[in-house]
Design a protein around this ligand. Sequence first.
Ligand code: ASP
Length: 364
Amino acid sequence: MFKAILGAAAILSLGSAALAQADTDDARWSIAIHGGAGTINRDKITPEQDATIRAALSEALAAGSKILKDGGKAIDAITATIMILENDPNFNAGKGAVFTWDKTNELDSSIMDGSDLSAGAVAGISGTKNPILLARAVKDKSPHVMLSGAGANQFSREQGLQQVTPDYYATPYRLQQIEDVLAKKVSVADVDYKYGTVGAVAMDQEGHMAAGTSTGGMTGKRWGRIGDSPIIGAGTYADDRSCAISATGSGEYFIRLGVAHEICARIRMRWPIAIAEAQLTVPKDEEGNYTYAIHASEFMLSDEEIQQIADDVIAELGELGGDGGIIYATPWGQAGYSFNTAGMYRGRATSEGEQSVSIYGDED
Ligand code: ASP
């Protein structure tokens, strides 16, 4: 309803750079996924690994796309997508999670619904098969946003989530990595020893946004180290007014920049004057209050503008010394990526027919 009014009342003040989203866009949906970023070069990945990763990303993308296409919610699409990636031993989340210094697995996950800014996160957990389901349970079934360690594990059991024994997460590849770290053959900070974090962002046909991230964190982490993945605003953020973001990379830097929220805030604040002007055109009720609030999603940003905002924040991350990237979805149907590593396992699909999975930096 409002969009039509905006079209008549406010769009004239915006110039050609910003256009109101058309009503015909209502059936649009989009999704982007990632499976970690790092020094992912063609000479480091065998053709078999390449094919395995692409197949895994395609399967996850197809599952999320189907939910969105069928009219499902963004929050359900990203939950289902992330579960598939958590169950796949090729990624550093759920089965296949990296080992800590003490050769245990401590998993981090978070989820956010942009329609009401509700969020849930868990840090340093074990025992739950799918950490994203525990983050979701925190969001939906607890009065809290973030639970950690033993208490979070207890909450998981109380919620009846599927439990696994500690050896469930282990894979020979991750065991070899922790042995290398403990033997000091490689630094704990080596980005390649932690890539494989998974995430998904989406916009559903109602225009609602959601984001989620799940990881085992860094190989060889200790002292209860927590990265950005379970931190709302750093590794995950979703707000219907601006965007949905999931991050992967050197978590400490993502936390320091508040990367996920930073990108959403820059998008949301792109047109503050135009938004304020449009608000003045909204009818008031008998008490003098506006009958509805204008928000930034009414003011479309172009593909290039969105990409620039994401790239600017990732450039700042790089200047600080951080490696990694993000995936984004916007209220206008865009789905994309920005990263400063050689590659990122990633994929995107939209109602407009876009569907791709990519690994290397020189791919779309
Ligand atoms: N961001 C994750 C962390 O720092 C790791 C990753 O994305 O590869 O725990």
